[in-house]
Design a protein around this ligand. Structure first.
Ligand code: COA
Length: 170
């Protein structure tokens, strides 16, 4: 758990009791929101890291990350609209890093190419873009930007168009 006294929120592990509140935020955040069953599935996986940001015991954000082989995939990050731009999204990402970072830990995610705010947040958290998945989003066929962060400075993402650009970056 991490505390952010300057904003009076904490970040802790998410559990099944948080799903109803998460769905309210989810429906305000995404054109194709996750269902309750999707949250249950991710929360049930032993290897997932699911985080909840809370202010005065009220859920104001959540992050879902699942591990596939050596790579953590950030599958969902969302913050209640009334609480955005207050460092909540970044705090959850840094809590994920605090829990999962090792010598060679890689993280990846997809984000809509139009989602400038989220892309800026991920960049500020150390992610860099490496490739595009064309027409990835079913609702409007928008492309997804693929972003990566690694604790291994020699890591080169599979989608990097110019692998030499990645050498020496973290
Ligand atoms: C994306 C999202 C999770 C960001 O959460 P947040 O708590 O508002 O983010 P933070 O306050 O930690 O932002 C950190 C930095 O990211 C950048 N950023 C975040 N949102 C931004 C926006 N809307 N416009 C421009 N920059 C933005 C800023 O640099 C910000 O720092 P600053 O406020 O000091 O300038 C939130 O906007 C959200 O829930 N959006 C809807 C769901 C979504 O798009 N999720 C991502 C799917 S891939």
């Amino acid at each position: 758990m991490s505390a952010h006294p300057e904003r009076h929120f904490t970040v802790r592990r998410m559990d099944m009791q948080d799903i109803a509140d998460a769905l309210k935020i989810e429906h305000q955040s995404f054109p194709t929101p996750w269902s309750s069953a999707m949250f249950v599935l991710e929360l049930s996986k032993a290897g997932s890291i699911c985080l909840a940001a809370c202010e005065d015991d009220v859920l104001i954000g959540y992050l879902i990350a699942a591990r596939y082989a050596q790579v953590w995939h950030i599958m969902n990050v969302s913050v209640d609209p009334a609480n955005r731009r207050g460092g909540v999204g970044s705090a959850m990402i840094h809590e994920l890093f605090r829990i999962a970072d090792g010598e060679r830990t890689h993280y990846t995610l997809e984000v809509r190419t139009s989602n400038d705010g989220a892309i800026r947040m991920y960049e500020a958290c150390g992610f860099r873009e490496a490739g595009v998945r064309p027409g990835y989003y079913a609702d409007n066929k928008e492309d997804a930007l693929i972003m990566w962060r690694s604790t291994d400075e020699d890591f080169v993402p599979p989608n990097a168009s110019n692998p030499t650009e990645w050498k020496g970056h973290r």
